[in-house]
Every structure is written in structure tokens, then in C-alpha cells.
Design a protein around this ligand. Structure first.
Ligand SMILES: [Zn+2]
Length: 253
């Protein structure tokens, strides 16, 4: 009998172990109390946090185009939903995302700059950047010429590229949430929501190739973990035994 036998494909399991191992190895190597390098802050890829989700379900089933639904309708409705959910998730920590705490829109080693309508690059704080993103998305998804809701109204030729643009910006917001505000999200006990939202979003954009993988690669370590099924717990022992290090985190399923 192998009570801990992992049903995931070997490649995925290996990748998870590597990703987790990398983080654990890194977190052990700072005896002198010096400020750790940026990568060490990736609390969000630690198993005790990634295992927390509000929904354990095959997300792929949720995102594939249902038969008899128009592709553009499907993209429009999902994009609008993700915009609303990511906006809401950000709003839960927005009081901690200020011009002082987040002087730039950072995620991992990346700084995002805002390009205005004329293509001019502007440096801005993270809350300003998120505000630009949300205002733009709001404007686009409520524009009847771009996201038509009335029967018989056609989608414009630019529809797909605008959906891609929205998704790219929303990804920046999610990446910033993990990178800069994961601790606050955990303190609010909302990391299960964030993990589920993130995994759903990534599975969706992958299904329809909506974001260049070069853009999302900074979060690949997390994406690989969250977009794989959770390891099956040991079969029917009375209560799940948390590891000593994770006892103050309650799984919310
Ligand atoms: Zn911030």
C-alpha cells in the first residue's frame, strides 16, 4: 500500500518538488540576518499557502468554450468577470498599497511602467498603475461598441487584441498582489480566494492564448503549483495532521 501515492503525472510532481525545494533551500541560507534577496520573499509558493483554495475542481472544465456558445461572447463574459473579481480582490488590500509602500508597480524582479494613450512611458506608483488598469478595463468592458451586449450587435475587429490587453494588465495586478501583498492577504484569510482566482485566470488565458508566456513567466513557479491538482491527502485518517510549522494556518475547505 502506498497511502501517500501521488496520482499526478510524474513531470508535474517533479516540477512542484523542484519549485518547493528551491524555495526551502533558499530560505535556509541566511545566517547573518542580512536582508534576503528578492526571491526569498516568495512565501506564496510555500505549500502551506498554495494548498489553501476555495475550490478544488478541474478548472480546465470551467474555461473551455462550451458548445454552441460564440467564442467572442465567451471571451467577453469571462474577461468581464475576471476584471470584477480581480478588482474586488485588490480592493481588500488597497489600503496597504500606497504611494509610500509601493512606489513602483513591482512583481518579482519586474517593474511595470504605464504607457499612456499616446504610447508615452510613465513611471507611477503601484496604486496609480492599478487605478489606470482598472479605469481602462472598466471603460472597455462597458463600451457597447467593444463589448456589445445587445442582440445582433457585432464584435469589432479589435476585440481580441483588446481582450489580450485587458488580460495582460489584470495579470500585472495579480502578480503585484502576490509579490507585495501576500502577507496582508493571508492576514485577511483571503489567500484561498486569491489562489483560486489566480489559477482560474491562468488556466483561462492559457486556453485561449491571451497572454504572451514571456509576460507570465515571472510567476511560472506559482502557476505550476496552483494549476496542478492538490496532492491527495492520506486516505481517511481521522483528522489531517498539520505539520508543526503550519499549525496556525487553518485550511478553509
Ligand atoms: Zn502595492
Amino acid at each position: 500500500m502506498h497511502p501517500h501515492k501521488n496520482p499526478r503525472p510524474p513531470l508535474t510532481a517533479k516540477m512542484v518538488i523542484q519549485a518547493v525545494g528551491k524555495v526551502l533551500r533558499k530560505s535556509k541560507t541566511k545566517p547573518n540576518g542580512k536582508k534576503p534577496p528578492a526571491e526569498e520573499k516568495k512565501q506564496y509558493v510555500e505549500p502551506e499557502f498554495t494548498k489553501i483554495r476555495v475550490l478544488e475542481f478541474d478548472l480546465k472544465e470551467l474555461v473551455v468554450l462550451p458548445r454552441e456558445i460564440d467564442l467572442n461572447e465567451w471571451l467577453a463574459s469571462n474577461t468581464t468577470t475576471f476584471f470584477n473579481l480581480i478588482n474586488l480582490q485588490y480592493s481588500t488590500i488597497s489600503e496597504f498599497c500606497t504611494g509610500e509602500t509601493c512606489q513602483a508597480m513591482t512583481a518579482c524582479s519586474t517593474i511595470y511602467y504605464w504607457y499612456d494613450e499616446r504610447g508615452k512611458k510613465t513611471k507611477c506608483t503601484a496604486p496609480q498603475y492599478v487605478d489606470f488598469v482598472m479605469s481602462l478595463c472598466q471603460k472597455l468592458v462597458t463600451d457597447e461598441e467593444i463589448f456589445p451586449t445587445k442582440y445582433g450587435k457585432e464584435f469589432p475587429n479589435s476585440f481580441e487584441s483588446l481582450v489580450k490587453k485587458i488580460c495582460r494588465y489584470l495579470f500585472h495586478v495579480l502578480a503585484h498582489l502576490y509579490w507585495a501583498h501576500f502577507k496582508e492577504t493571508v492576514a485577511l484569510d483571503l489567500h484561498g480566494h486569491l489562489n483560486t482566482l489566480y489559477a482560474h485566470f491562468i488556466v483561462f488565458v492559457r486556453e485561449f492564448n491571451l497572454i504572451d508566456p514571456k509576460e507570465t513567466c515571472i510567476m511560472d513557479d506559482l502557476s505550476e503549483i496552483l494549476c496542478s491538482p492538490l496532492p491527495t491527502p492520506a486516505p481517511s485518517t481521522a483528522a489531517p495532521a498539520p505539520s508543526p510549522s503550519s499549525q496556525n494556518h487553518v485550511t478553509e475547505r
